[in-house]
Structures are given as C-alpha cells and as structure tokens.
Write a protein that binds this ligand. Structure first.
Ligand SMILES: [Zn+2]
Length: 81
C-alpha cells in the first residue's frame, strides 16, 4: 500500500501535526520511539482518503459556518406579486 501524500499547504500541515501531537496516545519506549501507534497515527499513514477528507473539511468549514448565519435573500413572505 502506498503511503498517503499530504496535499495541503505547509501551514496546514504544521497545524495538523500540532493537533496530532496534542491528541496522540501512542506508546513509547524509554528512547522515545513509538512502540504502539494510536488510531490517529494509523489513519494518517494508511489512508489517502482520510487525509484528503480532512483537508477538504478544514477548507470548507469556515464557509459553511458563515453561510449558516446568512439571512436568506428571499423568504417568499413579503412578495409584492
Ligand atoms: Zn499517536
């Protein structure tokens, strides 16, 4: 299986790595090497679809949140016709 490739920007990658570090629950040996990977780390190295979906969600989330709070352009209640 091919290793997934990050298609985001360097800044998006740095943010993702910081989030992963904060939530990582991998087991480490005395030298700091990973002995058992957590589910987050497994997903990041095994699924291109996961990485692409994560990036897509991050990029559209702000637009979707903003659209949720927009007033409708036309409600149909005050129509003069
Ligand atoms: Zn981990």
């Amino acid at each position: 299986m091919a290793q997934p490739i990050w298609h985001g920007t360097e800044e998006e990658g740095r943010i993702l790595i910081n989030v992963l570090r904060r939530n990582c629950i991998c087991d480490h040996d005395a030298n700091g090497a990973i002995t058992t990977s957590c589910e987050s780390h497994k997903l990041f190295v095994s699924s291109q679809r996961f990485l692409d979906g994560l990036l897509y969600g991050r990029r559209v989330s702000e637009r979707l949140i903003n659209e949720e709070w927009l007033e409708p352009l036309y409600s149909g209640k005050d129509s003069a016709i």
